[in-house]
Design a protein around this ligand. Structure first.
Ligand code: XIL
Length: 451
């Protein structure tokens, strides 16, 4: 006969899977009910994200597929990726992203055909005549654009051609072929896929300045010459609080030239650690960029350069900076997500969550007289340098042993403080401690508060 104190299997399972109560902070973030892609579609816009092919499963894949109507391969279509050895191609990640996009009814922005960076070493280390360079580039463009003909909505044909002062950047292409390489590349791309929209893409061209004016003059002249140019990409790798005041005016002047505009690589980086003030500013920044695009009919696409802080180029490229995307490292939507939604006409009734650290209590195993419990302290948009987790046992439970924390119990009140080595909980991180305790009769889950 089973002891009356032994919980049934089902009961134990329920206890084991029970998630403890979130007790501290202001609650968890919730994505708005309407996905960003639907909000964008209602405004005639496309919302995209850069992606890494190998990550397109699980939660990452779910969010990429559900929230976005366009994907840009972050690296998978760059020359160095697709042709690491001359004549030997690796299309696997690019193919995978294109297939994912098709399965999720998404556009693909091809990125990028002609650039000074992330080229294969056989190309950059070779010494080529101008004629050889031209035919290498033509072959590259024909091969890659041809492979994905009909599957790519828009190509970033030429990436980052200008210096900050508006002169041409000194690159393999400019030095070998002259400024005409831009027109040649566009013409070759058009021949390989006449239906793809062809873009020139650059950074620090979001506001009206010398560099964006050089881009403007180039597009104007290409249009006059009948070169196939359909759009300009404003990368928009921005710094917190520094959205250019002339963004919408700049988008409008390109639109008035008769080309589309896309925000192609939006992120807003901040000095780490993030805090709720910075995250609120970031939400305002994302919102104003998306609103500027929404205000101009020919601004067709806003793409974020990675949708989660766990898949962002920022921390490794700009040391000390990060938290630049709309979702945190654990895939929780940040205030920036809501900023985007609001600019697309989404509900403003979901209060933007502020940063918080929360504690989750769970029972991981239980037997006749005892049980093992654990508490996980997680921070998002906030951090801790020390912590205390407090709760009151509801049914006479008594702690017998704890690890990764120092626990004291007085009557029903328990207080567990961090050990010397785990007081710090970074933004986006978590710390877990465990304990054994006795119980009898029932073992209800307490509410944990952080203090
Ligand atoms: C970045 C990728 O995100 C990184 O993973 C890679 O290491 C370097 O390139 N402008 C561009 C993008 O056009 O291709 C760059 O992507 C970011 C800056």
């Amino acid at each position: 006969m089973r002891s009356s104190r032994t919980p049934s299997r089902a009961c134990l399972a329920a206890l084991v899977t029970a998630v403890g109560l979130f007790a501290a902070g202001t609650g968890t973030a919730h994505a708005a009910d309407t996905p960003l892609r639907d909000l964008a579609a209602a405004k005639g816009k496309v919302i995209g994200t850069a992606v890494t092919g190998s990550k397109l499963t699980g939660t990452y894949g779910d969010i990429a597929g559900a929230q976005f109507s366009s994907l840009t391969p972050g690296n998978a279509m760059k020359w160095g990726t697709v042709e690491p050895t001359q004549g030997s191609f690796n299309w696997s990640e690019a193919d995978q992203i294109v297939a994912f996009a098709q399965a999720h009814n998404q556009q693909v922005r091809g990125h990028t055909l002609v650039w000074h960076s992330q080229n294969p070493s056989w190309l950059t280390n070779g010494s080529w005549t101008s004629a050889q360079l031209g035919s290498l580039l033509q072959n590259h463009i024909s091969t890659e654009v041809g492979r994905y003909k009909g599957k790519i909505a828009a190509w970033d044909v030429v990436n980052e051609p200008f210096n900050e002062d508006g002169t041409y950047r000194s690159t393999l292409w400019y030095n070998g072929l002259g400024s005409g390489y831009v027109a040649s590349a566009l013409t070759w791309a058009h021949a390989a896929d006449p239906d793809a929209k062809l873009y020139i893409n650059d950074y620090n061209v979001e506001g009206v300045n010398a560099k964006s004016t050089a881009l403007y003059n180039l597009v104007k002249s290409l249009k006059q010459q009948g070169v196939p140019i359909d759009g300009v990409g404003l990368q928009a790798h921005l710094i917190l609080g520094q959205v250019p005041a002339t963004l919408q005016q700049n988008i409008q002047r390109f639109a008035d030239l008769g080309v589309d505009v896309a925000i192609t690589e939006l992120d807003v980086r901040m000095a780490l650690p993030a805090d709720s003030t910075k995250l609120a500013q970031q939400a305002a920044d994302f919102k104003s960029v998306v609103a500027a695009c929404a205000a101009v009919a020919r601004c067709v696409n806003v793409t974020v350069w990675g949708f989660t802080d766990s898949d962002s180029w920022v921390p490794s490229t700009f040391p000390g900076y990060g938290a630049a995307t709309p979702y945190d490292e654990n895939y929780a939507p940040k205030p920036a997500y809501h900023g985007i939604a609001e600019a697309l006409g989404g509900s403003t009734t979901t209060p933007p969550p502020t940063g918080a650290c929360t504690a989750a209590y769970s029972v991981t195993s239980q037997w006749n007289t005892g049980f093992t419990g654990q508490v996980t302290i997680s921070c998002s948009g906030a951090s801790l340098s020390s912590w205390k987790a407090n709760w009151t046992f509801g049914a006479g439970q008594q702690i017998t042993q704890a690890w990764n924390a120092t626990c004291a119990q007085s009557g029903a009140a328990v207080s567990c403080a961090n050990a010397s080595y785990n007081g710090s909980v970074p933004d986006g991180g978590s710390v877990t401690f465990g304990f054994n305790a006795s119980w009898s009769g029932s073992n209800p889950l307490p509410t944990v508060t952080l203090g």
